[in-house]
Write a new protein. Structure first.
Length: 419
C-alpha cells in the first residue's frame, strides 16, 4: 500500500473517531483528533504535492477564527492572566486547532459522502442508545421526563440543544440526498432514519432547532411544488411532521410546555433593580437580562473597548446575580442556582471578555459563512448557516470545546465539496 493511500485511511478513521467523540462526549478524544489530523494532513500533503500546505488553508473563515483567538490573547494580556483566564484561553485554542485540522486534510467528494453516512449512522446509534436508557429509567421510575430535553442525552453526557443541532444536520443530509441512489444506505433505510431522527428532534425539544426544522420543511415543500418534482414519501412525510409539530406545540405536553413557556411572563421584569430569589425567568427573560447585565458591567468598569478580560467575565456576572438577589442556590445541597451561568449569547460573551474587537471579528466570521452559503446556492447550506448564526445569539456556543468543534467543522466539511 502506498504511504499516501495509507494516510487517507488514517484520516478517514480519525474523522470517524471525531464523530463518535462529538456525539458521545468523549472530550479527551475530540481534543486529540484535531492534532492528529493536522499531522496526518501535513504529511499527506508533503507526499502528494511536495509541500506541507494545501490551498484549503487560504480561506477567510480560518483567518477569522485565528483573529478571534488572538483577541482573547490580547484581552488576557491587558487585563492580567489568572487561572480562570488561562482556562478560557485553553478552550479558545480550539478556534485555531479545529479549523487547521479540517483545512489541512483534503477531502474528496466521494470521501465526504462516505463520512456523511458515517456521521448519520453514529448519530442514530447514539440516539437509539439514549432512548433505550430512557425506556429503562422510565420502567424503573415511571417518570416520562427521561424521554425529553437534557435528560434524554444525559447517558452520553450530552447537551440537548447541541445534540439537536447535530440531529438537524443529519436530517438535512438525509432529506437532500433521499432521491439519490446510493449503495450505502438504501431508500427504506434512509426513510426510517428520517422518521426516527425527526421524532428524536421533537423529544430533544430545542425551540431554536425545531423552529428551523419546520422552516426547512416548508421551504422543501415549496421548492418541490415550484419545480413540480414531487417525491411522495418526502412530501407526505414533511406534511405529517409539520401537522404533528403544530399539534405538539399547541397542546399540553412536555414539548408544548417548553414553547408556551417563552410566551408567558412579563418581559418588563428584567428592568427590576432587585428580584426575589424564588422568581422564575423563562428563556427570553433571562437572555434579555444578560443584555442588561453586560451593559452595566462594561459601563461600571469603563471597558467597552478592552473588555473586562476572559478571567473576570463570569466572576462579575455572578456578582450581578448576587447583587440583584437572584437565586444562588443552597451550598449544603451543592446547588449554585444562577451562579456560573454565562450570557447565553456569543456576541455578548465576546463583548464582555474582549471588548468591541471580539464581536467585530465574530461578525466577520458570520459574513464569511453567509457568503459561502450564497455561493453554494443550496438549501442545505443556507439553513445550516442561518441556524449557526442565530445560534450565536441564543447560546455562548464558542465557550466550550463541544460548541467550537460543531460550529467550525460542519461549514468546512460542506465547503470541502467545492472544486
Amino acid at each position: 500500500m502506498q504511504p499516501s493511500k495509507g494516510l487517507s485511511w488514517v484520516i478517514q478513521g480519525l474523522y470517524i473517531a471525531f464523530f463518535i467523540s462529538l456525539t458521545c462526549s468523549f472530550r479527551a478524544i475530540s481534543s486529540i483528533v484535531p492534532v492528529l489530523l493536522i499531522i496526518a494532513g501535513l504529511i499527506k500533503n508533503r507526499i502528494e504535492t511536495g509541500t506541507f500546505f494545501t490551498p484549503r488553508l487560504k480561506n477567510p473563515f480560518l483567518f477569522g477564527c485565528i483573529l478571534l483567538f488572538l483577541s482573547h490573547v490580547v484581552a488576557l494580556f491587558i487585563t492580567g492572566a489568572d487561572k480562570a483566564g488561562l482556562a478560557d484561553l485553553q478552550v479558545k485554542a480550539g478556534l485555531v486547532l479545529a479549523p487547521l485540522a479540517f483545512c489541512s486534510t483534503t477531502i474528496s467528494d466521494e470521501l465526504r459522502k462516505k463520512l456523511a453516512v458515517y456521521f448519520i449512522i453514529i448519530i442514530a446509534a447514539t440516539a437509539f442508545y439514549c432512548l433505550i436508557r430512557a425506556t429503562y429509567n422510565y420502567f424503573q421510575t415511571r417518570d416520562t421526563s427521561f424521554f425529553f430535553y437534557h435528560s434524554l442525552v444525559q447517558p452520553v453526557n450530552g447537551h440537548a440543544i447541541y445534540f439537536a443541532v447535530l440531529v438537524f444536520i443529519a436530517l438535512l443530509f438525509l432529506i437532500e440526498t433521499y432521491p439519490v441512489t446510493t449503495l450505502v444506505l438504501k431508500r427504506p433505510v434512509r426513510a426510517s432514519l428520517i422518521i426516527f431522527l425527526s421524532i428524536l428532534l421533537f423529544l430533544l425539544s430545542s425551540r431554536l432547532v425545531l423552529g428551523f426544522y419546520f422552516l426547512y420543511l416548508i421551504a422543501y415543500l415549496a421548492g418541490r411544488v415550484k419545480r413540480r418534482s414531487a417525491n411522495r414519501f418526502l412530501i407526505s412525510g414533511a406534511l405529517i411532521i409539520v401537522v404533528a409539530g403544530i399539534i405538539a406545540l399547541t397542546t399540553d405536553n412536555p414539548i408544548g410546555r417548553r414553547f408556551s413557556d417563552i410566551m408567558t411572563g412579563n418581559w418588563k421584569v428584567v428592568r427590576m433593580e432587585r428580584f426575589n430569589p424564588g422568581m422564575y425567568f423563562n428563556g427570553v427573560q433571562f437572555r434579555l437580562l444578560q443584555w442588561r447585565f453586560t451593559g452595566e458591567i462594561l459601563v461600571e468598569n469603563h471597558a467597552w473597548v478592552t473588555g473586562i478580560g476572559p478571567g473576570n467575565a463570569q466572576y462579575l456576572l455572578d456578582q450581578k446575580y448576587v447583587s440583584t438577589n437572584m437565586y444562588i442556590g443552597e451550598p449544603e445541597r451543592g446547588d449554585r442556582g444562577f451562579l456560573g451561568y454565562n450570557t447565553h449569547n456569543q456576541f455578548l460573551e465576546s463583548l464582555l471578555k474582549t471588548g468591541i474587537s471580539g464581536p467585530i471579528v465574530l461578525l466577520f466570521i458570520c459574513i464569511t459563512l453567509v457568503k459561502w452559503a450564497w455561493q453554494k446556492r443550496k438549501r442545505q447550506a443556507a439553513f445550516i448557516t442561518a441556524l449557526f448564526i442565530v445560534w450565536l445569539f441564543t447560546e455562548a456556543v464558542l465557550e466550550r470545546q463541544y460548541g467550537i468543534q460543531i460550529f467550525i467543522f460542519f461549514p468546512l466539511f460542506l465547503w470541502s465539496s467545492e472544486k
